[in-house]
Design a protein around this ligand. Structure first.
Ligand code: PAF
Length: 281
């Protein structure tokens, strides 16, 4: 197993990946914003199965935050992150700073239409432009052949898959299942921001989603079950629900029955923390 190497500059990264490419090695990238949890580590394990070389990127991307406080409060745990990656056979942890990623004068923006207009795109202005821009750069900077993303951010997964195809980036995007805590809460770096009290309430989100999905599978009425779920979330302490919707998997259009493959998508606020989740119906 090669030693974990922390790389902070693009020039050093290029030197390393050039040698790997010359040797014909497949490069896998796991893009992250750090505060790594078992969900991220599962992406690394999957990447190890498919690639000779693994790069994990850690960059808290300012362009995808629409709220300055959210950016300021986003957990940053680089030392702990490196310790978690060291035993996994990761070759490089790429940790660029803002100047590496967006040097003075940077003025390019990657923007997709359609897929980005709904769900988180409708509630977080500019978020997916920020994601698309940084992911394009991370794909080209790392010279990756394959990239691994969690289904927890299903809309993001759809968007980066499309992006790689549309721009001929040559990166195969691999979606990996959401990893959950024992009580069902989807693992997320943002869970670190929950208080002890709100952490106990947080699994109500997935519970209400599972209930609605079960109703749909049993041929029940969407509108009634949906209204019940929203009321239950309010009672459970969620202050605001950005969305709680069933959408078609292929184009993310709204649906109220399961004639096409569909997923339930939710984003809701609990104690000032925005939680998101999605499940197959
Ligand atoms: O999912 C994330 O952590 C981020 O959106 C990503 C893909 C690393 C881009 O900054």
């Amino acid at each position: 197993m090669s030693a974990l190497r922390i790389v902070r500059t693009l020039s050093e990264l290029r030197e390393i990946t050039r040698a790997w490419k010359m040797a014909g090695e497949v490069i896998g990238v796991v893009p992250t914003m750090g505060a790594l949890h078992d969900g991220h580590l599962s992406l690394v394990h999957r990447a190890k199965e498919e690639c000779a070389r693994i790069i994990v990127t850690i960059f808290v991307n300012p362009k995808q935050f629409n709220n300055p406080d959210d950016l300021k409060n986003y957990p940053r745990t680089e030392v702990e992150d490196a310790a978690k990656l060291a035993p996994l056979g990761v070759d490089v942890v790429y940790v660029p700073d803002g100047e590496q990623m967006y040097p003075n004068g940077f003025c390019t923006n990657i923007s997709l239409s359609g897929l980005t207009d709904v769900l988180c795109g409708a509630h977080r202005a500019g978020h997916f432009d920020g994601v698309a821009t940084v992911v394009t750069k991370l794909f080209t900077q790392t010279s990756a052949d394959r990239a691994f993303f969690g289904e927890k951010d299903f809309q993001q997964l759809q968007i980066v898959t499309r992006l790689s195809l549309d721009l001929d980036l040559g990166v195969t995007v691999v979606g990996c299942p959401t990893i959950r805590e024992e009580d069902g809460l989807a693992m997320s770096s943002r869970n670190l921001l929950l208080s002890d009290r709100t952490r106990v309430w947080a699994p109500r989100l997935i519970e209400e989603m599972e209930k609605l999905a079960a109703t749909m599978r049993a041929g029940g009425d969407y509108e009634a079950a949906h209204a019940e779920a929203l009321a239950a979330l309010k009672t459970a302490g969620f202050t605001e629900v950005d969305y709680f919707e069933m959408r078609a998997v292929d184009d993310l259009s709204l649906v109220t029955d399961v004639k096409r493959p569909a997923r339930l998508f939710a984003a809701a606020w609990l104690g000032g923390v925005r939680l998101i989740d999605n499940i197959a119906v």
